[in-house]
Design a protein around this ligand. Structure first.
Ligand code: UT7
Length: 339
């Protein structure tokens, strides 16, 4: 008898978490020259959730991951690998090991992926490779970011956009494959359009010429973005990327049940949908509640779509991430409720 082929990736379960502190547009209007009208009309955002002083990105990621484990009827010890997509790690060496410890996932290897708003999509693709190659069976993929700690709260052109959050998905090896196709891109020449630059300072007061290259008080600058250029990049590259993914599996945009894009701006979601001729009813959007949560935006929206019963057996979901790097990429999913 031929052994059962088990090289597919199944989305077993999802989870998500956002902080309790809610900052709405009117509240921002008390510290910035802005208004609910401007922010809502230009972005679709009404409020964002911000990490409390006593909380960390690991708290959010742990809550989201535990939800995914519970819904998937798995224990932390069942996890073989944790991939943590974040660009706001609380340790420059990576946060995945802290998440592994916090969950008690003692058997799991763990590492970070830094790819900003494309991070979760790229992490899913990486997890899929491990499953297809029969290396791991249960992989926790987490997207979490806390950009509230990295924006300049006096810069109205950027700070109004971002919020904090975490989302998680468990990918499990299965005979039925949910991840139909993917594609991923990078254009490093445009990295300056959206960045958090490292600033090196040097200690010139030591009085020893040989030691003037010793760095001193190096730090990161606040997030900088050329909003117009990033907007143009998103609405031109994302439809193309999704079309490439569709072509790889002989589908067209009519076959898409749900369009799930990185939640950066409601106008971007609508423009991309219109370019793909996808009706707005098929566009998943929660940006009004959370703003742009970077690597967390796709898994939070995915979790909400599963929890509310939007996503059903054999639905086709087109997912695309885009952002700093510049990076962008898409995944086509056909979700199966059972084996
Ligand atoms: O996750 C990474 C992906 N990021 C994105 O996808 C972001 C993409 N970009 C965008 O979403 C939009 O470009 C923004 C929402 C950031 C900006 O919208 P916009 O329609 O491109 O506005 P703008 O930058 O052209 O600014 C228009 C005006 C300017 O005033 P003037 O020069 O016309 O007098 C700005 O100074 O609006 C002003 N402005 C504001 N006014 C009130 C900029 N920010 C604000 C604000 N409140 N918060």
């Amino acid at each position: 008898m031929t052994p059962l082929k088990m090289d597919g990736s199944h989305i077993l379960s999802t989870g998500s978490a956002v902080p309790d502190i809610c900052i709405d547009n009117d509240l921002l209007g008390t510290i910035l020259e802005t208004s609910d009208d401007w922010i809502s009309t230009r972005t679709g955002i009404k409020e964002r959730k911000i990490l409390a002083q006593h909380q960390s990105i690991i708290d959010l990621a742990t809550t989201a991951s535990k939800q995914a484990l519970d819904k998937g009827f798995l224990e932390a010890e069942d996890l073989d690998l944790i991939i943590f997509a974040t660009s706001t790690s609380n340790d420059l060496f990576g946060s995945a090991s802290q998440l592994q410890y916090s969950l008690g996932a003692v058997r799991a290897a763990a590492f970070d992926i830094t790819a900003a708003c494309s991070g979760f999509v790229i992490a899913l693709m990486v997890a899929h490779q491990f499953i297809q190659n029969n290396v791991y069976k249960n992989i926790l993929v987490v997207g979490a970011d806390t950009l509230s700690q990295w924006v300049d709260w006096s810069d109205r052109t950027t700070c109004i956009l971002f919020g904090d959050g975490a989302g998680a998905a468990i990918l499990q090896q299965n005979k039925t494959n949910d991840l139909l196709s993917f594609e991923i891109n990078t254009d490093g020449s445009e990295a300056k359009q959206l960045c958090i630059n490292h600033k090196r300072n040097f200690n010139n007061t030591i009085g020893n010429d040989q030691l003037t290259n010793l760095p001193s008080n190096s730090h990161y600058q606040p997030l900088q973005m050329n909003g117009k250029e990033v907007y143009k990049f998103a609405v031109s590259k994302v439809p193309d990327s999704i079309n490439k993914c569709l072509q790889k599996v002989d589908l067209n945009s009519d076959d898409i049940t749900w369009l799930l894009l990185h939640q950066a701006n409601q106008r971007i979601l609508e423009t991309v949908a219109s370019k793909l001729k996808i009706p707005t009813e098929k566009v998943l959007s929660n940006i009004q509640f959370y703003g742009n949560t970077s690597a967390a935006s796709i898994p939070i929206a995915l979790d909400e779509a599963f929890s509310t019963g939007y996503i059903c057996h054999k639905d086709t979901i087109a997912i695309a991430g885009f952002g700093a790097g510049l990076t962008w990429g898409s995944i086509m999913i056909k979700w199966h409720a059972f084996e």
